[in-house]
Each structure stands twice: as C-alpha cells, then as structure tokens.
Design a binder for this molecule. Structure first.
Ligand SMILES: Cc1cc2nc3c(=O)[nH]c(=O)nc-3n(C[C@H](O)[C@H](O)[C@H](O)COP(=O)(O)OP(=O)(O)OC[C@H]3O[C@@H](n4cnc5c(N)ncnc54)[C@H](O)[C@@H]3O)c2cc1C
Length: 388
C-alpha cells in the first residue's frame, strides 16, 4: 500500500535506506564501541581514534548536504543513529547527538552562506561541535544568562563563563550564547561561533559525573574573546530563537538516546534471565520475571513511538514541539525504570561494574536533566494542553 496522508505508514516501519543505515550503525557499535565501553567509562574519555571512525562512517554530518561533504540525510536518520549507538554506549550517543541535532541543525537553519561554507564541511569531515547555553546561574531559566558580548572593532568581545558543556574537550567549534545588552532581557541574546583556538577562550574544569562519564562536560572561560561579525549565527538579539528552536529539535535526540539505552538494558536483562538458574530453572521461566520484562518492553515501545513520531513530524514540517517534549519526558522515565529493572534482574551481579547494566542505570538519569529537565517538559506540555 502506498504511503501518504490517506495511508500513513506504521511509525516503526523504516524505509530500506533507513533500515540499512540503522543496521550499519548498530553493527559498528557492537564491533568497535562495545569492546571499549568499560575502559572509556573508567577513563572518562572517548579516544580520538574512535571519534575519527564516527567521521569515517558518516555519522558526524548526517544532515549536512552532500555538497558540503555530508550524508544529506534526514533528522530521522540522526535519531536512528543516536538510538543505535546509545544501546551500546550513551556517552557516544550524546557526542553524536550534540554534533547532529544541535550544532549542525542550528548551522543549517540559521547559518549564513559564509558560515555554512566555512563550518559544515569541517563538521562533516573532522571537527566536533559543542553547544554552550547553560551557565552556573542559568539552567532552566536559560535566558537569565550573563555571558557578555561587547561590540568591538570588527565584531564582539565575549567575557564570562559557561557550565556543563558537552563535547567541550573534543570540540573545535562552539556555538556560544551571550548577551549584547543585559537590559534588553532575552532580546539581547546572540549566538556566536567560537573556534577552539580563539584568543581569550579556554576550556575549564571537566566535571566528574555519575553517568555518561566518557562524554566530556566542561566549563568554558571567555576573557575578551574576539569574535568577528561574520561568526554570528542568525541575527544580533535573535539568539533566543536559535536556542529555543534548536533545543526543541535536540530533545528528540535525547529521547532517542534514552530509548537506545533502555533497549540495551532490556536486551541484557532478557539474555541474562534466560541463562541464570535459580530453584533449578532459568529465572526467565518464572512468570513474575516474564511479566516485568513484558511491561518493560511495552513501555519501551511506547517511548519509541513517541520519539519516532516527534522526529517524523519534524521532518515533515508539521508542529512537533509538544510531541518532542512528551517524547523526551516519557523516554527518560522509561529509561530510568527499565535500567533499574535490568539491575534488579541481574541481582547482585547488576550492582557491579563487571556487567553492563550498572553503567546503563547510571547513564539513564541524565535524560531527566539536560536539554530541559522533566519539569520543563511538563511545563511545555501543560502550556499546550491548557492553551496558556
Ligand atoms: C551531563 C550534562 C551535560 C550537559 N550538557 C549541556 C550542553 O552541552 N550545553 C548546555 O548549554 N547545557 C548543558 N547542560 C546543562 C543542562 O541543560 C542543565 O543542567 C539543565 O537545563 C538544568 O539546569 P540546572 O542544572 O541549572 O538546574 P535548575 O534549573 O536549577 O533546576 C533545578 C531543579 O528545579 C526544577 N525547576 C527549575 N525551574 C522550574 C520551574 N519553573 N518549575 C518547576 N521546576 C523547576 C528543575 O526541574 C530541576 O529539577 C548539561 C548538564 C549536564 C548535567
């Protein structure tokens, strides 16, 4: 049957191209990432040689047009990649997610021709990107940011600090939000592109985290960092729009990270419960265990449908903001429940680092925090359903 408005396809049906892409990323994750997950978590870093493989595979420039050296694929492809990677390592999942759904997405939407020509080919070929909005005093209330941009000779001079910036240790290009006029409130916020080696810019302390430990999260320090006028993303004073609209899309990627890691945990739990014997039989033979697994699989599928729906709405140009908030909210909760169940079903073995579920349990918590906490997603959904 033809797909179209009259005959919409099931959400989980993938086109041959989507299925091939998802399977190749999943195979790569199993073969090249899985063997080093424990080591990366212990060391708190993703080796550059592995990041280079992400570039080789084409997953660092998924939506970048082919003319700029990218894969020219859809946002949905990015979601599939983040899901497949996160089933093996959610730290890798978020590195690829920030690159595609925040940085590249923002550049494609708001970058001038010059900005796109300068940055998109690099991002697709070998440069990692980061997205710097949060500060010590401004998280959920992101537009209370105080990082300052003062007009200078041929651009702006940036001063201040950013906190919690994912990919900061690996990134060559940073999207940085600063205000050109604190009195103007959110209307002073402007998005700038800052390169790693810009004078007056330094990477600060790296956070020692509960989960996604291999993903770098650092402070950024700006002290009179000069940024040319041609490195403004969008317009002066319109950075709030760049921030809101990019995060609206980006949080679908976090939903994908959460369903990927929940799938990983569920797969481990299914395999283990079929092997582990107590009372003379596999623990998966107990109905109490079967029902727990069945509930988890149902919850995961519901989360996946929300994530895929939000991504497909976004790709078809339809309103998706509430769907994105719902998918992240629900997928993060599902990931927390399912990874907790996986630890439970492993018993004592679930509580130690020799088995993978302990890490996935730690990794899951971040889904309720970054790119808008769960309360902020509820706020977005409430606004829409109550017409506020
Ligand atoms: C590992 C990690 C990676 C990150 N990566 C990035 C990144 O790459 N770029 C970036 O810019 N930021 C990043 N962040 C920052 C992240 O987006 C913020 O931590 C998040 O937005 C929450 O802000 P906050 O930490 O200041 O918490 P707060 O805003 O202080 O919130 C604290 C609590 O209060 C609740 N709360 C706040 N306001 C309300 C309200 N109005 N109604 C109800 N409840 C409310 C929140 O839900 C939360 O539970 C990252 C954070 C972490 C931990």
């Amino acid at each position: 049957m033809d797909q179209g408005p009259e005959n919409p396809a099931p959400l989980t049906r993938l086109t041959p191209d989507e299925a091939l892409f998802r399977d190749s990323v999943a195979q790569f994750a199993r073969q090249e990432i899985r063997p080093v997950v424990r080591e990366m978590d212990d060391q708190g870093r993703i080796p550059r040689t592995l990041i280079d493989r992400f570039f080789d595979l084409g997953i660092m420039g998924i939506q970048v047009p082919e003319g700029h050296g990218g894969a020219g694929a859809s946002f949905f492809h990015a979601v599939l990649a983040v899901e497949a990677l996160s089933a093996v390592d959610p730290s890798v999942g978020v590195l690829v997610d920030v690159q595609n759904t925040l940085v590249i997405n923002a550049l494609m939407r708001w970058g001038s021709d010059g900005v796109q020509q300068r940055y998109l080919p690099k991002l697709a070929a070998n440069s990692v990107g980061a997205y710097a909005l949060s500060e010590a005093g401004s998280g959920s209330d992101a537009f209370a940011l105080t990082c300052r941009a003062v007009e200078a000779a041929d651009g702006f001079s940036l001063s201040g600090r950013k906190l919690w910036i994912t990919n900061a240790n690996e990134a060559d290009v940073f999207i940085v939000f600063a205000t050109v006029n604190p009195d103007a409130g959110y209307k002073g916020i402007t998005a700038f592109l800052v390169e790693r080696d810009a004078p007056g810019f330094a990477i600060g302390k790296k956070e020692d985290k509960l989960g996604i430990r291999a993903s770098s999260t650092c402070e950024l320090l700006f002290d009179g960092c000069l940024v040319g006028r041609d490195r403004i993303l969008g317009e002066v004073g319109r950075g709030y729009k760049v921030a809101i609209e990019t995060l609206n899309e980006g949080r679908i990627g976090i939903g994908a990270q959460m369903i990927g890691l929940a799938q990983g945990a569920l797969d481990h739990a299914i395999a283990y419960t079929k092997e582990r014997k107590q009372f003379g039989k596999a623990i998966a033979d107990f109905q109490g265990v079967q029902f727990q697994l069945a509930r988890a699989a149902t919850e995961l599928q519901a989360a996946r449908l929300l994530v895929y729906n939000a991504a497909r709405l976004r790709d078809s140009g339809e309103p998706f903001v509430t769907a994105a908030a719902m998918c992240k909210l629900f997928a993060a909760d599902a990931a927390e429940h399912i990874t907790s169940l996986a630890v439970q079903l492993f018993g004592g073995y679930g509580y130690v680092k020799d088995y993978p579920v302990e890490k996935l349990y730690r990794d899951a918590k971040i889904g309720q925090i970054y790119e808008g906490t769960s309360n902020l997603q509820l706020q977005t959904i409430a606004k829409q359903i109550l017409g506020l």
